[in-house]
Write a protein that binds this ligand. Structure first.
Ligand code: NAD
Length: 352
């Protein structure tokens, strides 16, 4: 298949196919755009069925990182890498080192970090070969926890400030008494719930496993709801914090909340559902804007002169960015996800 004619190619600057015979590494590194700075994006290891599937994934993901970085006010571009193979069966230290050498060969135009199938330990192996590996150690934490390198606290703080700004914009209210349904009580969902509870929000929570739910009920007074009902409740906000595509043709007709603001990636099963939400009068916080706390965290962990407060202040700007999106969407009578895409494009095509 020709890379230039690929449906997901979309003006990628550089796509590198990497093979290391000794370790068996087969990887693709995609750099979408570096107008704002070196490209940043995680390395994913996945048992792709073939190289075509891996190429489609890496191109789509690296483009997404350009948009995310631009909306997060980072002087970074978008890139991503994928390793073809089953992380449980095929991953070796030599393979990770070989990956590090390929990252190094791009001279800093691509900085890698963690994604599915890749651990901090794997990144540390890559870092023996390259100085362009992020997420190998952590110095700062947005929620006062001990820094571990897990960006979930920063993601949860970003979703919290974004949700709060959206409630203020749409309902003209603070969070006291606002009813929020959270789908997924995992790393991000629980931390979001905790912050919302501290500001008086009334919580409804669902998960497919009981641990997070029991904690939210006992510690935050949350009401436990069945997973199949969580998106349909008649309340103010739903926060998808589980898997992607939760807003789809099946769930859309039953959504009664006025706001959707959560952490999950790719919440809309297809882009045009953003317009369908607008037509229903539901304000949607574009996922890659509101969940950018994690990438902002990775960016700050690389800086020697940052701090917990500087990282928090940067993440807090997610609220302002969302209001910019909402105001423009209202003025142009367009869906928020489309307006976010346009603002991102304006930022990464006109700034240098
Ligand atoms: P996680 O795995 O810790 O939590 C997800 C939770 O959702 C789990 O408890 C899981 O049991 C639950 N779940 C799965 N299917 C469900 C269903 N049908 N109904 C209800 N609950 C369900 O993951 P996380 O780190 O908290 O991330 C949550 C989401 O946010 C993911 O979509 C992730 O891609 C996205 N995200 C996370 C980060 C981060 O920093 N962790 C950054 C950006 C985006």
């Amino acid at each position: 298949m020709s890379v230039f004619d690929h449906p997901e190619f979309d003006k990628h600057e550089h796509v590198a196919f990497c093979h290391d015979e000794a370790s068996g590494l087969k990887a693709i590194i995609a750099i979408h755009n570096t107008n704002l700075g070196p490209s940043l994006g995680g390395c994913r290891m996945w048992p792709y069925l073939n190289s075509a599937e891996a190429l489609t994934d890496v191109l789509r993901l690296s483009k997404g990182m350009t948009y995310k970085a631009a909306m997060a006010n980072l002087k970074q571009g978008g890139g991503k890498s994928v390793i073809i193979g089953d992380p449980r069966k095929h991953k070796t230290e030599d393979m990770m080192k070989a990956m590090g050498r390929f990252v190094e060969s791009l001279n800093g135009r691509y900085i890698t970090a963690e994604d599915s199938g890749i651990s901090v330990e794997n990144l540390q192996a890559m870092a023996t070969q390259s100085s362009h590996i992020a997420g190998t150690s952590a110095q700062y934490n947005a929620l006062g926890e001990t820094p571990t390198g897990n960006p979930a606290p920063s993601t949860a703080y970003g979703v919290f400030v974004g949700l709060k700004a959206t409630v203020q914009h749409v309902l003209k209210s603070d969070l006291n008494g606002v009813k929020v349904a959270i789908q997924g009580m995992g790393h991000v969902g629980y931390r979001l719930a905790k912050q919302l509870h501290a500001e008086g929000a009334k919580l409804y929570v669902a998960d497919i496993y009981p641990e997070g739910l029991a904690k939210a009920e006992a510690e935050l007074g949350a009401t436990i709801v069945a997973p199949e009902e969580i998106l349909t409740l008649p309340l103010d906000v739903i926060a998808p914090c589980a898997m992607g595509s939760s807003i789809n043709d099946e769930s859309l007709p039953d959504i009664q909340a006025k706001i959707i603001a959560g952490a999950a990636n790719n919440q809309l099963a297809r882009e045009s559902l953003g317009t369908a939400l607008k037509e229903k009068g539901i304000v949607y916080a574009p996922d890659y804007v509101i969940n950018a706390g994690g990438i902002i965290d990775i960016y700050h962990q690389k800086l020697d002169d940052s701090s917990d407060d500087a990282m928090r202040a940067h993440i807090a700007k997610i609220g302002e960015t969302l209001v910019e999106v909402y105001e423009r969407a209202e003025a142009e009578n367009r869906a928020t996800n489309l307006v976010a895409n346009q603002i991102a494009e304006e930022r990464f095509t006109t700034q240098g």
